[in-house]
Design a protein. Structure first.
Length: 256
């Protein structure tokens, strides 16, 4: 599934590249206003922080929510106390787009994450050209050379990279890269199985100066509390926010 999602996203990027050249998207990225300092916005605090996700659908759950106005949803997230917004821009299975990201960026003052299956420099330039402040790189989807190349490019463009892991080996690769924002995703991206205990097992091996993000599998406030207890600085939440009242749900998650 991860290979299929990554290949599909690369194919879609290639089609966009035929319409808008690499040189153009690179120039747009370089001309964009500076990225917000997402690492500072997400760094350790006396309370857990939340990255709230704009998520219409997913391979594991199918249709989740209509979300006709992603910017309005992001504004609700900001009101509810989110520290950053994640926008799933993958079109085939998540029904997202870069237009969603641009709309969100134009509405909120929070850092915005391009959450996609990135494997090409073109997609990193696109993210910055759309004024994303962060990009996601999934260790399991990339070989070391590509991971390092994309991480360096995102950093050069002034963005923060959320480096996503699912195991001790992937965590070592993320830390070797010098990642400062590391995610542990409870969702196995091949089987879709959720392991709520994975973060607690891996977190003790992540150095203190690395910002730790627990991704996926939050349904109720107790899940946020458990991630916080296990050392999460940040929790990334999608489904629970798009299928419930976004403001009050966020407030309940932040009250733990
Ligand atoms: O959500 C999926 O089904 C999925 C399947 C394959 C690859 C990635 C997938 N999701 C991306 C995410 O990591 C989540 O959207 C994110 O962590 C939020 O998760 P949740 O709060 O459980 O919706």
């Amino acid at each position: 599934m991860l290979a299929e999602l990554t290949a599909g996203a690369a194919e879609d990027a290639l089609a966009r590249r035929e319409a808008v050249s690499l040189a153009t998207v690179e120039a747009d990225a370089l001309a964009a206003p500076p990225a917000l300092d997402a690492l500072a916005a997400l760094s350790r605090a006396d309370r857990v922080k939340i990255i709230a996700e704009v998520k219409r659908a997913s391979p594991s759950r199918g249709h989740l929510a209509e979300i006709t106005d992603p910017a309005a949803l992001a504004a609700d997230y900001e009101l509810g106390g989110a520290s950053a917004i994640s926008v799933l821009t993958e079109g085939r299975r998540f029904k997202g787009s870069l237009d969603d990201l641009r709309a969100v960026r134009a509405r909120v003052d929070l850092p915005v994450l391009r959450k996609d299956f990135i494997s090409q420099p073109y997609q990193v330039f696109e993210a910055r050209a759309a004024r994303a402040d962060l990009v996601l790189l999934i260790v399991a989807a990339l070989d070391d050379r590509t991971l390092a190349e994309l991480f360096a490019l995102s950093t050069e463009l002034g963005m923060t990279t959320l480096v996503e892991t699912h195991s001790g080996d992937e965590l070592s690769r993320a830390l070797d890269l010098g990642a400062r924002l590391v995610g542990v995703n409870a969702r196995d991206l091949s089987t879709f199985e959720l392991d709520k205990t994975l973060f607690a097992r891996l977190a003790p091996t992540i150095p203190d100066d690395v910002v730790k993000v627990a991704e996926s599998a939050v349904a109720v406030p107790a899940d946020v509390a458990a991630y916080r207890e296990a050392g999460a600085d940040v929790v990334l939440i999608g489904e629970a926010l798009v299928t419930n009242h976004p403001v009050s749900t966020l407030e309940s998650f932040l009250a733990v």
